[in-house]
Design a protein around this ligand. Structure first.
Ligand SMILES: Nc1ncnc2c1ncn2[C@@H]1O[C@H](COP(=O)(O)OP(=O)(O)OP(=O)(O)O)[C@@H](O)[C@H]1O
Length: 970
């Protein structure tokens, strides 16, 4: 916000011969009071959203007017996340005079940059012939996430406007603004959405940037050039001087930050005057008290304090310097940084950052009854430091549990994901534990076991596109029957074991399913080629149909490649793999991509020999991925028909979530859909209509269809009414507890109940709220806490520029938290595709059976592999490019999160008989409401809590239902 010298409050006070610059006292005071009002509007009244924390700094241009830079961090639920939400707050266009005359004038008066460039090459913003602020911007029909710090706002190409007689400008020259603030304050107020951490850092710089300095020459006398001395001085202009004289705040930070002292026992710093006697100083108890020792004292006296870490204490207590005591209040705390070269003090800091309620030095040094000599030993024993041989320790912990199948899979997981250094010695140490379940007969030799084990490990490695020979392991001996006539991956496809359930499915198909089944089978049996799309709303039995098809085809000796877009949907199909791994689709395909499959490879032979390809959840994939597969198949098979003439059965539901386009807006998401691909013209759509999931509640099934199709009546802005039977009224934060109690009744007595856990979950749109709900539920869950810590680093940060606490404090989407708080029997969710064949993929729900220093023991809770046991090591996980961080965070952690609550997107494809939906804000994505509701089976067992669900003058609760109708299939 910049002072407007022509504000009437200033202009009316000036004499005829004066300008605003002549009255810095006046401009300063008027600006200050206007800013105070703006502060109250945005911080107290929350006109841009509820503010969680803020900082601002007042600046003065040399001889110039005062202006303020302000950074607002909004409450999580009010954060602006999508380009559509940015548009509600920020505009960067000249409003039409006919529609908004006042705003039109205000924008032209205050919010036009420069102009600079060709129009005005001498503008102060010009450097080396270019505008430093990159004006004029580009025209754009929609707001989108910028490639840099700020979004690229919508600037439509419209008639230029004449600014003064000489210059005409258009929307490319508009500085982003908020209409309400601009009209109210009648001055330059540039409002931007900080969409990356870079822009936040840039703003913080203002606070810490030193003052402008000047080197002044002081002359000996008025009439002499002789210099007496140089003075290094601070330049202060008149308005700044007055700002200080009036005692106004130059900057403010909320909440403020307290620096916490840290020192080893008896090494506290004591200050004293020369004239004081050392003995007096040492004998005075007051001198030995520090923030840290008094933190121990506080923990001895106050039970509540014991629940907090040292760094959390200032949130609840304030440090009284005079009395050296902690009293209740609220600010933020940071412990002084300690470098690892400072020895044990560094480890003391690690302990203080993780141990709650220490009452003494001994407390920190003691673990399980043993008092260690150094803080390092204590930290190591508590699992706060990364061990040098964590992989080996993980295998030792797992081998003690005597579950050889899970141990073999763990060994492979470690080879693939943990990059162990000494594979051969791990093999020697653990091979005997991995064969404990092999049946031994009178003629089995140790050699037979080893060979069998190598073959089994090789089979598991092949699923990851690797083999034994990629590692320092003995070579795999071929079995007598293996003569390489049939490539292994083809052999595998032909030897699937079909369950009775899948074989029986054909007889159970309903009429729509039967019609689709027969249609597809006819085409395959007659050797024709065709592309199908099985369209069915959630629960209409698409998966059931694929399973019937796959089992029938396998049973008559045909090869069918079962794939799905997500790992979780793939695990529901026999031999299912993600389409990306099966067809080796590039990660970010574009309009000319091809898959990396060579014509001579076994995979190419498998594809050529296959009779059908099933691809579930096809609407979630970017059309370029589908086109890459089409291009590759034509090339491999040598046939220029769609997909090289193969029968391809795509399936899914366009009412559900669409392809993710990083930083993309709605239009880009729609454009990425497979219906927009030229291939769609060759696709035959088969419809499934009967909801088999909600057979018991047809009324619910019909409601779901109306929501999915976007035909449920709306009032204002896509708001639909939710049936009263399903709603829990929002009465404040306590309502979340109520929702939890309805979905997880008697939680205390279901500590180890996999049936109970697999049948219930709470869904909410964002990761923050998932974490919030999980934290509440785990507190009520019976059992002891196990805090599993991650080891974090920044890729390529050899100088340790990033503080550990900062890295530990962030949890970018897709990564587990630094402190993974779990209890035995609690539900978890896997965050990576680890072992699809074993049912371990991104989104699989698991039950925690046991925690160890280096290993997590889990059981699969849902899908085909329910009940399977698995061991997980810590894995190095990376943040993705669109995590919004200016660096790549590497977090070594167990790849899981709690899963009492999940995001709506992660729940896609799962049936959750008791489902709670918590909407702290209305959803903004296509199909999100539908996906959430369609996880349920009936109105009675589906509950929804909407925070902003009431509308004045209307009965009931309402929420947004966003449906892009132009991609729905009629
Ligand atoms: N013909 C059928 N006979 C008996 N049960 C069926 C039949 N078809 C589907 N079901 C059952 O209905 C439920 C929903 O089916 P399914 O999971 O196949 O639906 P879907 O269309 O794949 O759902 P979503 O899109 O939500 O993943 C499952 O429990 C399934 O076993």
């Amino acid at each position: 916000m910049t002072c407007n010298p022509s504000w009437s409050e200033i202009a009316s006070e000036l004499q005829d011969f004066q300008t605003a610059q002549d009255r810095p006292d006046l401009t300063t005071r008027i600006f200050r009071s206007k800013f105070e009002q703006l502060r109250a509007d945005v911080i107290n009244k929350g006109v841009l959203g509820n503010v969680k924390s803020y900082m601002y700094v007042t600046e003065f241009q040399k001889r110039g007017l005062p202006h303020v830079h302000m950074l607002l961090i909004l409450e999580n639920n009010d954060k602006l996340r999508s380009p559509e939400e940015y548009d509600e707050i920020v505009r960067a266009e000249i409003p039409h005079y006919e529609e908004e005359p006042q705003l039109h004038h205000a924008v032209l008066k205050h919010m036009i940059h420069g102009p600079c460039g060709m129009l005005n090459p001498n503008s102060p913003c010009m450097k080396n012939g270019r505008c430093k602020k990159r004006f004029p911007k580009n025209f754009s029909t929609l707001t989108r996430q910028g490639s840099d710090s700020y979004p690229d706002y919508r600037r439509r190409r419209e008639e230029p406007v004449t600014l003064n007689r000489r210059v005409t400008i258009d929307n490319r020259w508009v500085v982003p603004y908020n209409p309400w603030l601009l009209l109210k304050y009648d001055c330059h107020i540039n409002v931007e959405v900080c969409s990356s951490i870079k822009s936040i850092k840039y703003l913080y710089k203002y606070v810490y940037k030193g003052p402008d300095r000047v080197a002044m020459e002081v002359h000996k006398g008025i009439n002499t050039d002789e210099i007496q001395q140089y003075v290094d001085a601070r330049w202060i202009c008149a308005p700044e001087a007055l700002w200080k004289i009036f005692g106004f705040n130059l900057y403010q930070l909320y909440p403020s930050v307290v620096r916490l002292q840290i020192h080893l026992p008896n090494r506290q710093q004591v200050r004293f005057y020369d004239h004081q006697m050392i003995n007096d100083i040492l004998n005075d108890d007051h001198n030995s008290k520090t923030m840290l020792t008094q933190f121990f004292t506080l923990n001895n006296l106050d039970v509540e304090a014991r629940g907090y870490l040292y760094s959390e204490i200032p949130k609840h207590y304030t440090w009284e310097k005079a009395t050296k005591e902690w009293n209740r209040r609220r600010v933020l705390g940071r412990i002084y940084t300690v470098s690892p070269s400072e020895g044990d003090k560094f480890y003391l800091r690690v302990l203080l950052n993780h141990v709650r309620g220490p009452t003494s030095w001994e407390y920190l040094l003691t673990v399980n009854g043993t008092c260690f000599h150094t803080f390092k030993q204590s930290a190591q024993e508590r699992g706060f430091l990364e061990g040098d041989d964590s992989v080996r320790q993980c295998l030792i912990e797992a081998s003690n549990l005597r579950t050889p199948i899970a141990l073999r899979r763990l060994f492979v997981t470690i080879l693939v994901f943990c990059d162990p250094t000494d594979v051969r010695s791990l093999w020697e140490e653990f091979k005997n534990y991995m064969v404990e379940d092999y049946p031994s007969t009178s003629c089995t030799t140790r050699n037979n076991f080893t060979n069998q084990l190598l073959r089994d490990l090789n089979d598991l490695l092949l699923l990851h596109g690797k083999q034994i020979s990629d590692f320092d392991l003995p070579t795999v001996p071929l079995q007598a029957a293996e003569d390489n006539v049939v490539p292994r991956i083809i052999d595998e496809q032909l030897s699937f074991h079909i369950s009775h359930e899948d074989l029986d499915a054909v007889g159970k198909l309903n009429s729509d399913q039967s019609l689709a089944f027969n249609n597809i089978m006819n085409v395959i049996e007659q050797g024709h080629s065709k592309v199908f799309f099985v369209d069915g709303p959630g629960g209409t039995g698409k998966t059931f149909l694929y399973r019937a098809l796959i089992s029938r085809l396998i049973s008559i000796g045909k090869i069918v490649l079962a794939t799905a877009t997500s790992g979780i949907a793939a695990t529901l199909l026999l031999g299912g793999q993600t389409a990306h791994s099966r067809f080796k689709i590039p990660l970010n395909p574009d309009s000319s991509s091809v898959c990396s499959i060579s014509k001579q490879s076994d995979l190419a032979k498998l594809i050529t020999q296959s009779s059908a390809i099933v691809w579930d959840e096809a609407p979630m994939v970017n059309r370029y991925a589908l086109e890459a597969v089409d291009r590759t198949f034509r090339d491999i098979i040598g046939c220029d028909a769609p997909f090289g003439g193969k029968v391809v059965i795509l399936g899914g539901d366009f009412r559900q979530v669409l392809p993710v386009v990083p930083k993309g807006n709605n239009a880009e998401m729609v454009a990425a859909c497979i219906v927009k691909s030229p291939l769609w013209a060759y696709t035959n759509v088969l419809h499934l209509r009967q909801n088999m999931r909600s057979l018991q509640d047809q009324n619910f099934a019909e409601y779901l269809m109306r929501i999915g199709d976007g035909v449920e009546p709306t009032i204002r802005d896509d708001l639909v009414k939710v049936p009263q039977q399903m709603t829990i009224r929002w009465e404040g934060d306590d309502s979340i507890q109520q929702l939890i109690q309805v979905i997880f009744p008697n939680l205390g007595s279901h500590g180890w109940d996999n049936c109970y856990m697999s049948e219930r979950a709470i869904l909410t749109p964002t990761n923050e709220n998932v974490q919030k709900v999980n934290d509440i539920i785990i507190d009520h869950f019976p059992g002891e806490y196990h805090n599993l810590l991650s080891f974090d680093e920044v890729e390529g940060d050899t100088n340790n520029l990033y503080q550990q606490e900062y890295l530990n404090s962030i949890t970018p989407g897709g990564l587990p938290p630094h402190v993974l708080k779990v209890k035995k029997g609690a539900p978890l969710m896997l965050l990576r595709n680890i072992d699809l064949e074993g049912g371990l993929c991104n989104g699989t729900r698991l039950l925690c059976r046991g925690t160890y220093m280096n290993m997590l023991d889990v059981e699969v809770l849902s899908g085909q592999h329910v009940g399977h046991r698995a061991f997980l090591p810590r894995i190095k996980l990376k943040t993705s490019d669109n995590a919004g961080l200016p660096f790549v965070l590497l977090r070594k952690q167990f790849p899981v999160r709690l899963s009492f609550a999940l995001t709506i997107n992660k729940a896609q494809g799962q049936t959750i008989p008791n489902v709670g939906i918590y909407l702290p804000k209305h959803v903004f994505g296509h199909g999100q409401l539908y996906v959430a509701l369609s996880r349920g089976v009936s109105k009675a067992t589906t509950k929804i809590l909407i925070k902003e669900g009431r509308i004045q003058g209307e009965e009931g609760d309402f929420t947004k239902n966003i449906v892009f109708k132009d991609i729905l299939l009629s």
